[in-house]
Design a protein around this ligand. Structure first.
Ligand code: DLL
Length: 435
């Protein structure tokens, strides 16, 4: 499957051929797409290459839900060898399926991600993403086996054991969510283990948004190079895009995924460099091909050449989701902005939670931040001054005053999976939201 593509012109040629093939296939085999194309007045034969992409209608998460569980599959269940699902906190899960070839390509792309991240056959990879319906564990597992590395399939959780295996088995690579990586770092500190004595050298972190500040903290506290990996189950799982060792944007694997950025309000395509919603068309997937899937993730693309030699465009770190933007007293707030502000203040732990509620007609927002361990809880003056500094920093960046609640170290819940940074109690009374 892996073809050598030397430049962007060759890439576009391959993309066009694959797109034409894929559009014809979904038109023939997925009633949902036949109807969607008919409704938009698009004949499959009018799609002759990537220049025609914008003629095609979008697919959304709601379409997947409406066709739960297997309605959008383009192959017979006989050919489906694996099923994954992403949970969400409410409603039906989003269900995805893979043929044998889909699993092959997934392994190949996860292997590509690891290779360009500097991981090789001599490495010992501790896969601390969850195994199960979540795609993180198995996705990284297959990629790591493909490059011939030694895989430790420990899955998420049981942090003391994670540390023990890291020491005993000499793990050189840690794959997990960035928030779990920090939790492991904290645990090492509590156990009095100097990360320098471990063999860790690379971290493959993704599945949730994290900032550059968070990267710096993790790298310093775990003594490794922290690489950002992106993916979503609807498209495949981990390995849709990944940073190379340059750590300057995540290369999108465009030979399999045609990527666009759109204005989430109007649906218009935006040029490289402008932030908007990432839209992905899969062109090689068999079981669940998706046409112009709206990921909900906000990022921007660049086609600037990268010194690693990959010709694929890079996406910036995910800035947020179209559905995680909070509106607090009329001000637009992304959790990632709060994280960046907090981590710019020395000594602050990147464990925080924003609790938003409604008091009468007014939004009430409280930002919970853990007191750094260098400040004793009875040092009232230092606590007050810290709280003031946080408040001022948030105000000057977001233009919004949040009530700051300093809490004892280790009180904000930590977990092995995706961190919950926002508790929006208002949504209990209005629409429910994906977790
Ligand atoms: O999180 C797949 C994955 C597993 C990616 C392990 C990377 C590593 P889902 O559970 O379907 O799949 O969640 C997908 O998570 O739309 C983004 O909003 C978010 N996400 C994933 N990777 C990143 C990342 C997996 N590197 C959703 N940065 C996506 C920011 C990310 N957000």
């Amino acid at each position: 499957m892996e073809s050598v593509i030397r430049n962007r012109a060759e890439l576009e040629h391959v993309q066009s051929a694959r797109l034409v093939n894929m559009v014809n296939r979904v038109y023939q085999s997925v009633p949902f797409y036949r109807q969607a194309l008919d409704a938009s007045g698009v004949r499959p034969e009018s799609i002759t290459g990537i220049a025609d992409l914008t003629k095609l209608p979008f697919t959304t998460k709601a379409d997947l839900r409406d066709n739960y569980p297997f309605g959008l599959f383009a192959v017979d269940m006989k050919q489906v060898v694996r099923i994954h699902a992403s949970s969400g906190t409410t409603g039906r899960p989003t269900v995805v399926g893979y043929t044998k070839d889909d699993i092959e390509i997934w392994a190949e792309l996860a292997a590509r991600a690891l290779t360009y991240a500097g991981v090789g056959s001599d490495d010992v990879i501790q896969v601390a993403y969850g195994y199960g319906l979540f795609t993180g564990g198995l996705g990284m597992h297959y990629g790591a086996e493909r490059i011939g590395a030694s895989v430790i399939p420990i899955s998420g959780g049981n942090t003391a054991k994670q540390v023990q295996l890291m020491q005993d088995f000499g793990s050189t690579v840690l794959a997990c969510t960035p928030s779990y990586a920090l939790y492991i770092a904290e645990t090492l500190e509590q156990m009095g283990i100097d990360p320098a004595v471990l063999k860790l050298r690379v971290g493959i972190f993704g599945a949730e948004p994290w900032t550059e500040e968070m990267r710096r903290q993790i790298e310093a506290r775990l003594h490794l190079k922290a690489i950002d990996i992106y993916g979503l189950s609807e498209i495949m799982g981990p390995g849709v895009a990944c940073e190379c060792t340059c750590q300057d944007g995540l290369h999108l694997y465009e030979d399999h995924f045609i990527c666009e950025i759109i204005d989430p309000e109007t649906g218009e395509q935006l040029p490289d460099g402008e932030p908007g919603e990432l839209v992905i068309t899969t062109v090689t997937k068999q079981a669940l091909p998706l046409v112009r899937y709206r990921t909900g993730d906000i990022t921007k693309l660049t086609a600037e050449p990268c010194s690693c030699g990959l010709i694929f465009r890079r996406m910036s770190k995910v800035m947020g989701r179209t559905d995680d933007m909070l509106i607090i007293r009329g001000v637009n707030v992304f959790p990632s902005q709060i994280e960046a502000v907090l981590l710019s203040i020395e000594g602050i732990e990147p464990n925080y939670q924003l609790v938003v509620d409604r008091k009468g007609a007014l939004d009430d927002a409280e930002l919970w931040v853990e007191v750094p361990s260098t400040i004793a809880l009875d040092e009232v003056r230092r606590l007050e001054s810290l709280s003031k500094r946080i408040d001022q920093a948030i105000q000057s960046t977001l233009g919004l005053h949040l009530r700051i609640k300093l809490v004892e170290p280790q009180t904000i819940p930590r977990g092995a999976g995706k961190a919950q940074r926002v508790v929006d109690k208002r949504s209990l009374y209005t629409t429910s939201k994906e977790g």
